[in-house]
Design a protein around this ligand. Structure first.
Ligand code: DP6
Length: 321
C-alpha cells in the first residue's frame, strides 16, 4: 500500500471560465484568472491498495456512489495510465467548510485529489503537470494548484495549464446566500450555455478581451481597473446563462441586493466590486483596508466569510501504510 495526503483551497475567478473547447480533455474556450482562497480547504488522502477490487470514495465520512464516485474513478484512471498501474485506490476527502456548507468546491476537490493521487501512484509531477492533471477532473481545479493569483490559459492538452501571476493585493468578502446544492450543476449549465444561449459567442469573444485587459491591470497593480473588469465579466456570464433554453437563473433576489449594496458602497468611496459563480452566493472583491466597510455594508444581508490570497497545493509527509 502507498498513501499520500494533499490539501488544496478553492479559488474565485475574476475572469470566469464558462465554456469548453473540448469536453473530453476539459480544454476551456477562454482563459481565466482567479484568486486562490485561504479558507475552506479540502484535505484528501489516497491509498493505493492491491487488495481492493474497485476504487472507493469517502467524502466527509460518507461512502459515495453514482456520479461523484464515477468522476473520481475516471480521474484515477488517468493517473493509473500515467503511472502504468492497475491497482485500485481508496480516496478519503474532507471539505473543511465551517458553517458554510454548500461552498465545497470541485476546484479544491480535484486539485487535492490530483496531488494526493499522483504521489500515491508514485508520479513525480511538478506544479505545471499537476495543474494539467487537475484540469481533467475539473477545469477550475487547474488554478487551485497555485497560491495567490493564477492565470489558466487556453491551448491544447499540453499547454492549457495554469500559472501564478502577480496581482494587486485583494481581499474577498464571501456572502453566503444559500447553502443548498444548486439546482443545475455548473457542468450542465456550461454545456447548455454553449449549445443554446444566443449570447455564448459574445461571451467568449468579450471574455478573451477582458482577460487581456485584466492581465494588463494586474501588471500595473491597478485594483480599480481589475475590480471593474471582474464585475462586468461576472454580469456577462450570468446574462449568457440566463439566456439558455430552458433558462437558468443562479442569482436570487438577495444576490441582486448584494450587487446593489456593493455598488452603493463604491459610490461612497469603498474600493469593492462584486462577482458570483454558478450559484446565488456573492463575493465582494475589495482593497484589504476596506474589509471592515464591506462587512458592515453587506452584514445585514448574508452570513459573511473574509478570505485573503491562499496557499497552493500542499502535499503532506505521509507514512506508507
Ligand atoms: C462559474 O471548473 O466546476 O466557477 O470543468 O466542468 O468541472 P468543470 O467546471 P468547473 O466550473 C467553474 C465555473 C465557475 C467559473 C470559474 O471558476 O472560472
Amino acid at each position: 500500500m502507498t498513501r499520500a495526503t494533499c490539501t488544496a483551497h478553492p479559488n474565485i475567478a475574476l475572469v470566469k471560465y464558462w465554456g469548453k473547447a473540448d469536453a473530453a480533455l476539459n480544454l476551456p474556450a477562454t482563459g481565466s484568472l482567479s484568486m486562490t482562497l485561504d479558507v475552506f480547504p479540502t484535505v484528501t488522502t489516497v491509498t493505493v491498495d492491491d487488495a481492493l477490487a474497485r476504487d472507493e470514495f469517502v467524502l466527509g465520512g460518507e461512502p459515495q456512489s453514482g456520479v461523484p464516485a464515477e468522476r473520481v474513478t475516471r480521474f484515477l484512471d488517468l493517473v493509473r495510465a500515467q503511472a502504468g498501474s492497475a491497482a485500485h485506490a481508496r480516496v478519503e476527502s474532507r471539505n473543511d467548510v465551517p458553517s458554510a456548507a454548500g461552498l465545497a468546491s470541485s476546484a479544491s476537490g480535484f486539485a487535492a485529489l490530483a496531488g494526493a493521487a499522483a504521489a500515491a501512484y508514485g508520479l513525480d509531477l511538478d506544479p505545471t503537470a499537476l495543474s494539467r492533471l487537475a484540469r481533467r477532473g475539473s477545469g477550475s481545479a487547474s488554478r487551485s494548484v497555485f497560491p495567490g493569483f493564477a492565470l489558466w490559459r487556453t491551448g491544447d492538452d499540453a499547454h492549457s495549464v495554469a500559472e501564478p501571476v502577480r496581482a494587486p493585493d485583494m481581499a474577498m468578502v464571501i456572502a453566503i446566500v444559500d447553502r443548498a446544492q444548486k439546482p443545475v450543476s455548473s457542468r450542465e449549465a456550461m454545456r447548455r450555455t454553449r449549445e443554446t444561449s444566443p449570447y455564448y459567442p459574445a461571451w467568449v469573444s468579450s471574455t478573451a478581451e477582458t482577460l487581456e485587459a485584466a492581465i494588463a491591470a494586474c501588471a500595473e497593480g491597478d485594483l480599480e481597473r481589475l475590480g471593474a473588469l471582474a464585475e462586468t465579466n461576472a454580469m456577462r456570464m450570468h446574462a449568457a446563462i440566463q439566456a439558455c433554453d430552458p433558462p437558468i437563473r443562479y442569482l436570487t433576489a438577495t444576490s441582486v441586493a448584494l450587487f446593489d449594496r456593493v455598488a452603493a458602497l463604491r459610490a461612497h468611496g469603498v474600493r469593492a466590486w462584486a462577482t458570483a459563480d454558478a450559484g446565488p452566493n456573492v463575493v465582494a472583491m475589495c482593497h484589504p483596508d476596506d474589509v471592515a466597510a464591506v462587512r458592515q455594508g453587506l452584514g445585514p444581508l448574508a452570513e459573511l466569510v473574509v478570505a485573503r490570497p491562499g496557499p497552493g497545493l500542499a502535499l503532506h509527509a505521509d507514512a506508507d501504510g
